[in-house]
Design a binder for this molecule. Structure first.
Ligand code: AKG
Ligand code: MN
Length: 211
């Protein structure tokens, strides 16, 4: 892997961080609303918005192809295939490489890719799904970092009548682990509120053997 270019790091201090407990059966969730200090979250949002080569790409679901209702970018060491689309990875930038190290230290697990989603306003959204692609393995750890506008994030259990809701605010980190992806789906619904842009980053470990 090519060495990422030198650039000033966002993560020179550790900042304020507090975990909030979550009670969800058959799930392991680590929820840290104040994970990234405000100035770092602001700087990261601006840098990613300007520097990432955002793309709007098609998706095929149930035989129908449509444009995805958000912009995205895929970085890391491996391609990623989901819903009929294979994303070739962009090379790590120094900013994303440093951020990955910080998220790895928090989660005590390695990541080798990150999916970036940019929601231009409340009309952009993500429908119900599980992150259960074979290349993620059976109990994937997925760390989700949130920047910009706060958005509702919903969970629904696949077998029980249970739902949960989080308000994913600027600088928060939500980690999904254990059997979360087996038993729960998640979504980011549309909103009619006049809200600004949001960027979400999900760090993942793609198993090279299953590519
Ligand atoms: O934007 C979000 O918070 C959700 C992202 C997500 O679920 C995904 O990328 O798989
Ligand atoms: Mn997901």
């Amino acid at each position: 892997m090519a060495h990422p270019p030198q650039q000033q790091s966002f993560f020179t201090d550790t900042g304020f961080d507090s975990q909030q407990s979550v009670n969800m059966p058959q799930a392991e969730i680590d929820w840290r609303p104040n994970w990234l200090p405000l100035e770092q979250a602001d700087a990261l949002f601006t840098a990613l918005r300007e520097q990432v080569p955002w793309q709007q790409l098609p998706i095929t679901l149930f035989g129908r192809t449509m444009m995805q209702p958000r912009l995205l970018a895929w970085y890391g060491d491996h391609p990623y295939t989901y819903s009929g689309l294979t994303l070739q990875p962009l090379a790590w930038t120094q900013t994303l490489f440093d951020l990955k190290a910080r998220v790895e230290a928090q989660c005590h697990t390695p990541f080798n890719t990150v999916l970036l989603n940019r929601y231009r306003d409340g009309r952009d959204y993500m429908g119900w799904h599980q992150d259960d692609e074979p290349e993620l393995g059976c109990k994937p750890v997925i760390a989700s970092l949130n920047l910009g506008a706060s958005r509702r994030f919903l969970f629904r259990h696949l077998a029980r009548q249970e739902k949960r809701e989080f308000l994913l605010n600027h600088g928060s980190l939500l980690v999904m682990a254990g059997e979360t992806q087996t038993h729960w789906q998640h979504s980011l619904p549309k909103t009619q509120l006049p809200i600004g842009e949001r960027i979400n980053l999900t760090f993942r470990f793609v198993n090279p053997a299953d590519e």
